[in-house]
Design a protein around this ligand. Structure first.
Ligand code: NAD
Ligand code: DAU
Length: 354
């Protein structure tokens, strides 16, 4: 079996659902259920005996050691993190606790477990760390895309905390020989994406008749990848990635934010026309920019394509249409994640951005 951390969040839940749909192999899913973790994302596998959910913290060494001892997973895949850049600007402490200290404690528990393994079980063991392109910093308009050799230059408390965790993972390989691989992926989108992030926030606000808050001039560029393609890349790296290596994952889909928002509006105009007439674009509002806002990310995904033969299955056009359709079909999920804590975050963040 495998042990997944953070498997009740956006990417982790998609990974667990895809894994159990494609493999017989069970999953132990360790998640703290922060505001971003939602067991409803895993409703489809609630009664599947191959899915063992454990409510807990990656920083709880005793718990992690017990799970490793009892379940003897052949791999640990670490998705657990605080993941929202704006929240890291308002309150960086939890990012340091989970992304840095939590990853450190997880690595220590995994190292202790792996050191006691022998033979084929030891040889087969993997620790796969899921990271982000944001560790590389920001690109100018004409710079080449981030390759795995690009210097780390994180600019937000979030990206700095992820960079620190990547360095720890690297060090555990070089110092202790822990069999690790790290993936650095670009911006994901798709089902179960928490509506604090750009694409789901725009869909949800558009449908509610609320402003669509675009930071600054809306010309910042992100490189978008459908979440199912990120999950297939992680499965491929787990199967065949070289130990101690890092793999950049991306879909060659660089787009300015304003274009993303226009695309979402156009799809909603087509699929759920405004009852009173007019277009969703009328709701776009330019607001104060994010402090330290990175201008451009772009992933050079040639290494994973060349070495592991991975390619994304979705284009941006097919992926974004599926995503908008998913949100239209899952209004109840949206309503339920918009809890009191969510409403508090939205009023704090956008009062300051106005
Ligand atoms: P998310 O915020 O949606 O989910 C994070 C999950 O981790 C939640 O279920 C949360 O409850 C859990 N968690 C948080 N702290 C924990 C702790 N201390 N112990 C156990 N569980 C804890 O995040 P996401 O967007 O699904 O991102 C998952 C991973 O992928 C993160 O490591 C993130 O840095 C990375 N990543 C995200 C993107 C993206 O576009 N979303 C892109 C590249 C990489
Ligand atoms: O690049 C990978 C990263 O992508 C992941 O590591 C992070 O976990 C994930 O949250 C995401 O970070 P971003 O900061 O790029 O995503 P976000 O959805 O917050 O913002 C995308 C872009 O849209 C960014 O340029 C900021 C802008 N934006 C965002 C929000 C929430 C807006 O213009 N308005 C908004 O209301």
């Amino acid at each position: 079996m495998i042990l997944v951390t953070g498997g009740a969040g956006f990417i982790g839940a998609n990974f667990v659902l895809d894994w159990l749909a494609a493999h017989a192999e069970p999953v132990v899913n360790l998640d703290k259920l922060t505001y971003a973790g939602n067991l409803e994302n895993l409703a489809a596998v609630q009664r599947d005996s191959r899915h063992v959910f454990v409510h807990g913290d990656i920083g709880d060494s005793q718990l992690v050691e017990r799970l490793l001892r009892e379940h003897r997973p052949r791999a640990v895949i670490n998705f657990a993190a605080e993941s929202h850049v704006d929240r890291s600007i308002h309150a960086p402490g939890t990012f340091i606790e989970t992304n840095v200290v939590g990853t450190f404690r997880l690595l220590e528990a995994v190292r202790a477990h792996w050191s006691g393994l022998q033979g084929a079980e030891r040889d087969a063991f993997r620790f796969l760390h899921v990271s982000t392109d944001e560790v590389y910093g920001s690109l100018a308009a004409k710079d080449p895309a981030f390759s795995e050799q690009h210097r780390y230059e994180p600019n937000s408390p979030y990206s700095a905390s992820k960079a620190a965790s990547d360095h720890l993972v690297r060090a555990y390989h070089h110092t202790y020989g822990l069999p690790v691989v790290t993936t650095n992926c670009s911006n994901n989108y798709g089902p179960y994406h928490f509506p604090e992030k750009l694409i789901p926030l725009m869909i949800v606000n558009a449908l509610a008749g609320k402003p669509l808050p675009v930071y600054g001039d809306g010309q910042q560029i992100r490189d978008w990848l459908y979440v199912g393609d990120h999950c297939s890349a992680i499965r491929r790296v787990l199967d065949a990635g070289r130990l101690g290596e890092t793999y950049n994952i991306g879909g060659w889909n660089e787009k300015p934010n304003i274009e993303i928002v226009h695309t979402v509006c156009a799809l909603l105009d087509e699929l759920r026309p405004k009852p009173g007439g007019g277009g969703y674009r009328e709701q776009i509002t330019f607001v104060k920019d994010r402090p330290g806002h990175d201008r451009r990310y772009a992933i050079d995904a040639r290494k994973i394509e060349r070495e592991l033969g991975w390619k994304p299955a979705e284009t941006f056009e097919t992926g974004i249409r599926k995503t908008v359709q998913w949100y239209l079909a899952n209004g109840e999920w949206v309503q339920r994640v918009q809890s009191g804590a969510y409403r508090e975050w939205i009023s704090t963040q956008y009062a300051q951005a106005a």
